[in-house]
Design a protein around this ligand. Structure first.
Ligand code: AMP
Ligand code: MG
Length: 338
């Protein structure tokens, strides 16, 4: 199959919608990362997403809508708290989990009785959903396990020959996937995956719990609320290590432990050519993380050392993705020097 890459326009949105209406799959831009979209109601179409990505069947997909009026048919209940959160944070990088209606096939929900729904703010994503007139199931448009795509070129690299069309909407502004939350009680939310809508932002509306799987490795065979959290994720080919040191201590440690196939992501720019500046601002780190991991692979890096990010705000999302990219390997420099 030949993969066409078209810049986003009204016409290309209509072309995407035609393919999607016939059960095809299309790479689409969103403000978080690029998505691999199909009609969320069409079991066969959704199965082809899993096939193209090599995604485990029990890892459910997020369903994307462009207007709140599209939510009720997909779910059995929307609580007052969910409504309040939708009013404040939609459209935006926030996904909520609801009991699902029969409109959503088991393929979309990974066999669960619930469905994850989000309303993206990206004008391109919204125009494509509008042109379709039906909700789109769309996981990140990468091969399962690899870093998520934040440009159309990243999607082409992973999906060339596997899908008919990619719509290029430029670089994703957020750069990490949406916050995923569920409702353990009427007055609280639990963050299953951190993202652009942060715990701090949500706590202005209600009590916020952070699922233990966000910052630690689920035990083998343990039941995890968000199935995606149990899989190896976001990983470049190189081995990633989070280095728990900052500034000069980080620089010195990297130089002492590097060879010519090592890349290091530092928060300040550094002279040694192994360093790539990742920024100090968590927002900037989120925006650049996946592109930097992919670049390191393109340069043939075997190891990537990353300066420990902050866990505040969207920093928690950066830390969560890095932990999985690093297979939970954190090097404590102080311990090593004792
Ligand atoms: P991706 O589409 O690749 O961004 O991943 C979607 C994330 O949302 C994965 O971590 C899924 O496990 C999670 N997710 C989707 N639907 C549900 C659901 N019904 N219950 C819990 N987690 C979900
Ligand atoms: Mg993904």
């Amino acid at each position: 199959m030949k993969t066409e890459l078209l810049p986003f326009s009204e016409q290309s949105a209509v072309k995407a919608a035609e393919i999607l209406a016939h059960g095809g799959i299309v790479g689409i831009p969103t403000e978080t990362v690029y998505g691999l979209a199909a009609d969320a109601r069409n079991e066969a179409a959704v199965r082809s997403i899993f096939e193209a990505k090599g995604r485990p069947q029990d890892n459910p997909l997020i369903v994307h809508i462009s207007d709140i009026s599209q939510l009720p048919p997909l779910v059995r209940e929307v609580t007052p708290l969910a409504m309040k959160i939708a009013e404040k944070f939609w459209a935006g990088p926030l996904t909520m989990i609801f009991p699902k209606s029969d409109v959503i096939p088991a393929a979309t929900s990974g066999g669960l009785d619930t469905v994850a729904v989000r309303m993206p703010s990206s004008p391109a994503a919204r125009a494509i959903i509008d042109a379709c007139g039906f909700p789109l199931a769309a996981p990140s448009a990468n091969l399962s396990g690899s870093p998520s795509p934040t440009t159309a070129q990243h999607v082409l690299k992973d999906m060339n020959g596997r899908i008919p069309l990619i719509i290029d909407g430029g670089e994703c502004s957020c750069g990490v996937e949406s916050t995923v939350l569920c409702f353990p009680a009427a007055d609280r939310v639990r963050i299953l995956r951190p993202g652009g809508i942060t715990a701090e932002m949500l706590s202005e509306l209600c009590a916020v719990e952070i699922d233990p799987a966000v910052t630690s490795e689920p035990e083998k065979g343990a039941k995890v609320l968000s199935p995606g959290m149990k899989y190896k994720h976001y990983s470049p080919k190189a081995d990633v290590f989070i280095i728990d040191a900052h500034g000069r201590a980080f620089e010195n440690w990297c130089i002492a432990h590097a060879d010519n196939r090592t890349t290091a992501l530092s928060q300040d720019s550094r002279e040694h050519d192994m360093f790539r500046c990742f920024g100090k601002d968590p927002q900037e780190q989120a925006h650049r993380l996946f592109a930097l991991l992919r670049e390191a692979d393109d340069e043939g890096a075997q190891r990537i050392y990353v300066e420990m990010p902050s866990k505040e705000g969207i920093g928690l999302a950066v830390y969560n993705r890095l932990l999985r990219a690093a297979a939970f390997r954190i090097v404590s420099v102080d311990d090593e020097q004792k």
